[in-house]
Design a protein. Structure first.
Length: 582
């Protein structure tokens, strides 16, 4: 099929809204951008961890351990080289003996089990030495030239120690014990884009292998897993010359832990273009898959059945406890129901006995509203695996300029029309209702991280949150008092305090998916829904479980191929692994 035609048709449908029968179409922002719906969006071929892994497998990236100078107490340095074919990258690891003093999973921590830098390689001895001196200083430190990311992680003490002890005794670790958390080390920071003097991603060349948003961070996350496996093997050998090596099946099963908090709400506020382009790209990929003209026995339907089997088994084996989110067992049951209907389509070429022009689109329409939204979004994510080339092309458009620009010549009458056309949801919120202004977003003095607390208790703090509905309503109220022909330039001369919201509205005009349709200051807003959207949908993190409806914990790259398998050309459908049976 012609993927350019798919994109053109998808764009046209987004503009004119739509279509008869089961004609595939992009869903509306009114549906997708509510926090509740964003929170159930699942991983897809356009999630950045899957995009990066697909690229590495396709291009046969190699990962070489160049240096290992780490002692039996885990102190020392390691150097890995990632050869992408286009250019090499070096991952400089500084490993430390774990200690409880100063240990924390947040920026205020003073001790980590591993700190690393991803640098455009090859690095010099001076780079390694200076990185080792600077990286423990964190915000007081400065990266060497060509550095993209500073990373840090801590062990999952119980699982890590259990694995080392088991290997030292010549046996593999207990799979149920591993499955409680599914990782050996947990990411506690992936900082770049100018932080600590790292390279700004806007400055990366168009041919740079890690130019797409978050690629560099996700490569670091994968390298954390590589290092964690090498470290448990090393420490086991130090404890016993007869130690076993971690089996490849277990290495693939284990990912990298991840914890995310309220800072991702501010990330969404500050990256509206990225959010829009990613949601739109995912929707276009879904439309592309729904337009596939599949028939009975089609290979793409066979692949879809295989992927559903993996997702069902993964959910059934999931041992995580979820406080507010739907239990994996319930999702598995709905996915099994979906599989039955896909099987019927594969066997007969019909949806509920009827031959359709777009069978997959018809099936989506049948399923929508009849299964849990999370199961439905999982199915849509799997559909994107049927159009990998389209996903890769769409991904190249994700690197966007986040700058705002003001159009001073626009009339405020036109500006007001934009507000009513594109922010109707903001005018529908009762901003005067009880609890609508209950909370404020601020930086914690103790943790140096974003917090959301009752305005009455927080006192005089600088509000970090984007109060978008009040900004929109306030701007509309102000310009409604002036002649419509007045220019934006004239208005801003009189009211310069509105410059930010005016430039945001003008810059994002025509982008439907840029902001959550929510009042984040109100008591009805649930922060973890937006955090979950970033973690699962954009990052591609699995098993994200909530804590107090604020923090999320999950696993990156569970099931991903080993470094050797990437170089050999691994299975691109590595996600949703089953527990290994040794």
């Amino acid at each position: 099929m012609d993927f350019a035609d798919v994109e053109e048709a998808a764009a046209a449908q987004a503009q004119d809204g739509a279509a008869a029968g089961h004609e595939p179409r992009i869903r509306s922002a009114d549906l997708l951008m509510t926090p509740a719906r964003m929170g159930v969006m699942q991983a897809s071929r356009l999630s950045v961890s899957r995009l990066l892994m697909a690229k590495a497998i396709r291009e046969r990236w190699t990962i070489e351990l160049v240096r290992w100078q780490i002692d039996d107490r885990a102190r020392g340095t390691a150097l890995y080289r990632i050869d992408t074919g286009a250019m090499p990258f070096d991952f400089i690891v500084h490993s430390f003996e774990p200690k409880m003093e100063g240990r924390a999973g947040r920026i205020i921590g003073r001790a980590w089990d591993m700190m690393a830098a991803l640098v455009e390689g090859p690095v010099s001895e001076r780079d390694i030495r200076i990185t080792g001196q600077e990286i423990p200083k964190l915000y007081a430190g400065r990266a060497t030239p060509g550095t993209l990311i500073w990373a840090r992680s801590n062990r999952s003490a119980r699982v890590f120690n259990h694995t080392v002890e088991s290997l030292a005794q010549g046996r593999q670790p207990d799979v149920p014990t591993l499955a409680d958390v599914c990782y050996l080390m947990r990411n506690t920071g992936l900082d770049g884009n100018g932080t600590f003097g790292t390279r700004s991603f806007r400055a990366l060349e168009s041919t740079h292998p890690l130019r797409r948003p978050l690629d560099a961070q996700m490569l670091c996350a994968y390298m954390m897993r590589v290092f964690s496996v090498d470290l448990v093997n090393h420490l086991a050998r130090c404890a016993s010359p007869a130690a076993a090596r971690l089996a490849p099946e277990i290495e693939r099963f284990l990912g990298v832990g991840n914890a995310s908090a309220l800072g991702l709400i501010l990330y969404v506020n500050n990256h509206p273009k990225l959010v829009h382009h990613w949601v739109q790209a995912r929707e276009r990929a879904i439309v592309g898959a729904r337009r596939l003209r599949v028939a009975a026995g089609d290979a793409k339907l066979a692949l879809l059945l295989k992927l559903l089997d993996k997702a069902i088994a993964f959910r059934r084996e999931d041992r995580m406890d979820y406080e507010q989110f739907t239990a994996s067992a319930d999702i598995a049951a709905d996915l099994a129901s979906i599989r039955t209907q896909v099987r019927a389509l594969h066997d007969t070429g019909a949806v509920r006995g009827k031959v359709e022009r777009y069978p997959l689109s018809a099936l989506c329409d049948v399923l929508d509203g009849t299964v849990h939204e999370e199961a439905y979004e999982t199915f849509l994510g799997l559909l994107t695996e049927l159009v990998p080339e389209l996903c890769d092309r769409l991904a190249e458009g994700l690197a966007v300029d986040e700058e705002y620009a003001t159009d001073p010549s626009m009339s405020i009458g036109h500006l007001r029309d934009l507000l009513h056309a594109e922010y109707g949801w903001a005018f529908d919120i009762d901003l005067e209702a009880e609890g609508a202004s209950k909370f404020v977003w601020y930086k914690s003095a103790t943790a140096e991280e974003p917090r959301r607390g009752p305005r009455a208790e927080a006192g005089e703090v600088f509000n970090l949150g984007l109060d978008l509905p009040r900004l929109v309503v306030g701007l509309e109220r102000e310009i409604a008092q002036r002649p419509p022909a007045t220019s934006v330039a004239r208005f801003l001369l009189e009211k310069p305090e509105y410059r930010f919201i005016v430039s945001r509205v003008q810059t994002l005009s025509g982008m439907a998916f840029h902001s959550p349709h929510a009042n984040i200051m109100g008591e009805q807003f649930v922060p973890c829904e937006i955090t979950r959207f970033i973690n699962i949908g954009i990052h591609g993190i699995d098993k994200t479980r909530d804590y107090l409806q604020r923090n999320l914990r999950g696993v990156i790259y569970q099931g991903a191929p080993t470094a050797a398998e990437i170089a050999a050309g691994a299975d691109p459908h590595w996600f949703y692994p089953q527990e290994p049976v040794l």
